[in-house]
Design a protein around this ligand. Structure first.
Ligand code: NDP
Length: 314
């Protein structure tokens, strides 16, 4: 049997929980499905230093637990489950959870976030769980006093390299360009860290090792006169090269940009479909910050309430 509700939120990062806090305080009786990774990406980050209100920083896991509790306090119905399909062609909108349960809703707030990207090398599959990881905070513990490499030149890569440098004996940071894209403060920390060696102009060709990763084949200055192939001995290979928005099931109905980010009307959380909103990283190719995601979750919730009022549903 189909369940009929007024407001469905998919995703449990800062955007989803903030939308749940606002919509439950507005008496919309929201149902929130947590998705694949309850609490979202912040649950696997280390210290959150830049969310306003935490002068001493807070662990990502703790912050998400606080947001969850805050949403529960106002009556949000938070459930385990993943949205696997949808029909957004007619009202009420239908969302399928875990391939079986169907929910019909007047408003939908999509906060499905984004997932870590891989390079696409066959060796990433071959050594999955055997030295290849996209989450330093999840797996870093296994590399205490070992040698690891992190790929990427953004804030994520710098954050992962610094975290791993606190555990491992040595960290290579493999950067394909001749500069880091990360914020200045992160660049300074990485470039001045005695355990981190940054390899600029470097790409990964493959990994090697008997059963577990024992090293990486790299190429430096690819395509240039001084191109050079080198091998480094490592025990762990960490990817930090950005994220892919989790918009797949909605693409058939809602326009996305060329990278899959859901398009919203400028400055709002409105998608092309009335009553359907998108907030957080799934709709944000530019900022991808927890505080921005929380703000957009708030905007989506207020807009959902206005939509329900304007259409006479409440
Ligand atoms: P970014 O998109 O900022 O950086 C991705 C990095 O990976 C770039 O250096 C890019 O190289 C590199 N890269 C991408 N594809 C490949 C590839 N195939 N091979 C090798 N290298 C590759 O992603 P992040 O996840 O680092 O950050 C996303 C957003 O989140 C940013 O806005 C960032 O500021 C923010 N963030 C903020 C944090 C904080 O404030 N504490 C922490 C983490 C993230 P190239 O430069 O050559 O394109």
């Amino acid at each position: 049997m189909k369940e009929r509700i007024k407001c469905l939120i998919i995703g449990s990062g800062p955007a989803g929980y903030t939308a749940a806090i606002y919509t439950s305080r507005a008496n919309l009786s929201p149902v929130l499905y947590e998705g694949m990774q309850p609490g979202g990406q912040l649950t696997i980050t280390t210290e959150v230093e830049n969310f306003p209100g935490y002068p001493d920083g807070i662990s990502g896991l703790e912050m998400m637990e606080d947001l969850r509790k805050q949403a529960l306090r106002f009556g949000a119905d938070i459930r385990r489950g993943v949205a696997t399909a949808c029909d957004l062609s007619k009202k009420p909108y239908t969302i399928t959870i875990n391939g079986e349960k169907e929910i019909e809703t007047d408003t939908l707030i999509i906060c499905t976030g984004a997932t870590a990207k891989f390079l696409g090398l066959p060796d990433e599959q071959k050594y999955a769980g055997k030295g290849v990881s996209a989450c330093a905070t999840c797996d870093g513990f296994f590399y205490r006093k070992k040698v690891v490499a992190v790929v990427g030149g953004g804030d994520s890569a710098c954050e992962e390299a610094l975290y791993l440098a606190g555990l491992a004996n040595k960290v290579y940071l493999i950067v394909r360009k001749n500069y880091l894209r990360a914020s200045q403060i992160m660049q300074d920390r990485v470039l001045n860290h005695p355990k981190i060696e940054t390899l600029f102009h470097t790409n990964t060709l493959g990994l090697f090792g008997e059963e577990f990763v024992e090293g990486a084949h790299l190429v430096r200055f690819k395509g240039e006169a001084n191109e050079e192939k080198i091998d480094i001995a490592i025990d762990g290979f960490f990817l930090a090269i950005g994220h892919k928005p989790n918009s797949e099931i909605f693409k058939q109905f809602i326009p996305t940009d060329e990278n899959g980010y859901i398009k919203t009307h400028w400055g709002t959380a409105k998608t092309i479909i009335p009553g359907i909103f998108a907030a957080g990283d799934v709709a944000d190719p530019n900022y991808q910050q927890a505080v921005v995601a929380a703000g957009s979750g708030c905007i989506a919730a207020i807009e959902a309430e206005r939509y329900l009022n304007n259409t006479g549903i409440i």
